[in-house]
Design a protein around this ligand. Structure first.
Ligand code: SF4
Length: 361
């Protein structure tokens, strides 16, 4: 199931491996995927760009954690996107050929309609990014019966680094959640933010051996981007450090058989990290704003009064696609648009988009 980027190929590989483990029948999944691919072809022919392969949906800003580098900080607290709006958005992206939905947040498990939403939309693969805090025995039992929901438990490295970033006890909580998933033979992974402080852990063989031993079969490493709480470019990896980390991940893939993705480098096929925002991916916030990417805090449309297709065809998204490219690899900030933050703000202003961050921290 080849996709438009290494990230999507990674997800397809993970999901394909799940076919024999999680109870999703290969032929059923294949037919859903093929139907999505046909819709995507039709859309791309009609509009000249790819519709989203993956929707990032931050259905709630509720969160029990207060991470020192939270990328979602700045949104109004304790906001939930209404279930009927979520249903409509999922119906719309399904019609466009979207197959993956990344549930981000906030803590997605704290959305009051979480269970009903994933049950009503069993033809998506949901990637559930969770701190593990609400993942008790009942939630683990629920997830074990839903192989179309794949948890990624957030961790920042080993115990000291995880607790430093996510608060005391965060590592033990995440590890306990992993244990519940492992006991139920579920396919799950970890997710970590690659900062300079976390690098010694993320470069160490012990970290991956430990994640593997705890039952993770996949992992997503996300380069730190200076957005959200206390944005600090000094936390970003330097070019050589990113390269070293990518080499380490290759070795881990080879030695442990873990499925690993490294974002944004894996947002393209050649590892150059070409920006696919406003096309292959987009983000809907808990307040309903449609952002081109989860890290770009601008929107011209809200799902309360616009369809996803209208947002994709808006002047703002169109200009974002026109102005996208390959990030300068020598820059410490690995995101194309954040490397050009003044141009990003100008593009937003010219096209009627506004900041989606309402409460200054
Ligand atoms: S805006 Fe940045 S993080 Fe988002 S898709 Fe583009 S390069 Fe990646």
């Amino acid at each position: 199931m080849p996709g438009p980027s290494r990230l999507i190929d990674f997800l397809c590989s993970v999901v394909s491996r799940d076919l024999s483990m999680g109870g999703v029948r290969a032929d059923a999944l294949r037919s859903v995927y093929d139907a999505a691919a046909r819709k995507r072809e039709v859309f791309a022919r009609r509009h000249g760009f790819d519709p989203p392969s993956i929707l990032f949906l931050s259905a709630t800003t509720r969160c029990p954690s207060a991470c020192i580098q939270c990328s979602a900080a700045g949104f109004a607290p304790d906001v939930d996107l209404a279930p009927e709006l979520i249903d409509r958005v999922l119906g719309e992206v399904r019609d466009l050929g979207t197959f993956y939905v990344a549930l981000t947040g906030g803590e997605p498990l704290l959305h009051p309609g979480f269970a009903e939403i994933v049950d009503r939309h069993r033809d998506f693969i949901f990637l559930l990014f969770t701190s593990g805090r609400p993942l008790d025995l009942g939630v683990a039992d629920f997830l074990a019966d839903r192989p179309h929901v794949m948890p990624f438990v957030s961790i920042e490295g080993q115990e000291a680094q995880t607790d430093r970033v996510r608060g005391p006890g965060a590592f033990v909580t995440a590890a306990a959640a992993m244990e519940r998933l492992r006991e139920r033979a579920m396919l799950f992974g970890f997710c970590a933010t690659a900062t300079r402080e976390a690098l010694p852990d993320l470069e160490s063989e012990e970290f991956y051996t430990d994640m593997h031993r705890r039952g993770c079969q996949a992992g997503i490493l996300l380069d730190y981007l200076p957005v959200g709480r206390d944005p600090n470019p000094a936390r970003c990896l330097r070019f050589e450090e990113r390269k070293r980390l990518a080499d380490r991940l290759d070795a881990v893939r080879r030695d442990l058989g873990l499925f690993l993705a490294y974002v944004p480098l894996d947002e393209s096929h050649d590892g150059a990290g070409r920006c696919h925002s406003a096309s292959d991916l987009l983000h809907v916030t808990a307040e309903g704003y449609v952002e081109p990417c989860p890290f770009l805090r601008f929107a011209a449309n809200n799902v309360r009064d616009t369809s996803i297709e209208q947002a994709l065809l808006s002047r703002f998204f169109s200009e974002m696609r026109n102005r996208a490219g390959v990030p300068n690899r020598a820059s410490s900030i690995p995101c194309y648009h954040l490397q050009r933050s003044r141009l990003l703000a100008e593009t937003a202003k010219e096209t009627g988009a506004a900041s989606t961050v309402r409460s200054a921290e």
